[in-house]
Design a protein around this ligand. Sequence first.
Ligand code: 3PG
Length: 207
Amino acid sequence: MKTIELANYGPVIPVIVIDNVEDAVPMAEALLEGGIRVLEVTLRSNCALQAIEAIAKNVPEAIVGAGTLRTKADATNAKIAGSQFAVSPGYSSNMGSICKEIDLPLLPGVSSGSEIMMANDDGYDFLKLFPAVAVGGVNLLKGFSGPFADVKFCPTGGVTIQNASDFLALPNVIVCGGTWLTPKEYVNQKNWAKITQLAKEASSIKF
Ligand code: 3PG
């Protein structure tokens, strides 16, 4: 699989933090019911790897990946847990090489022209813009479209249901991501119906 194919399944990839492993499967099922198949489970909690493993085993229709990869160990652990892809908040050639070595498709994060050039040098041309709104949002992506016309982006960081369509309308944006589909409040209440509703809204964004 190539990470660019993740955009074929819908306009939004939820960026998920799972604090209790028992929430992983019902949350994935709730998102699927709302039309979201691609799930990025971030390595920001102790049970993230177990959550990825649980989703990979029990929710076969989901395409589950690991987010927040920062080290080689993150990459190997993500692969062993069953991640089909990985996302990193920034880019380093080390991260690029380990992911290639272990055959883990990587969506690397960038926030500047120099980082885009480093990722491109290593063969990555579908990139996460992070933190999208803080570094310039829609205007920055418009700026990148000149010199980096062949590069496609997944903006995340400050993207919400309110501004997602502005990002998705840009020719160099093919999908976007964010945490707004799985708010802690609803997860703690195990309000899966609400998460399905947020997923439905996100998967049917018009742009
Ligand atoms: C990410 O890793 O992509 C961000 O944490 C998403 O940030 P958000 O909470 O602004 O969506």
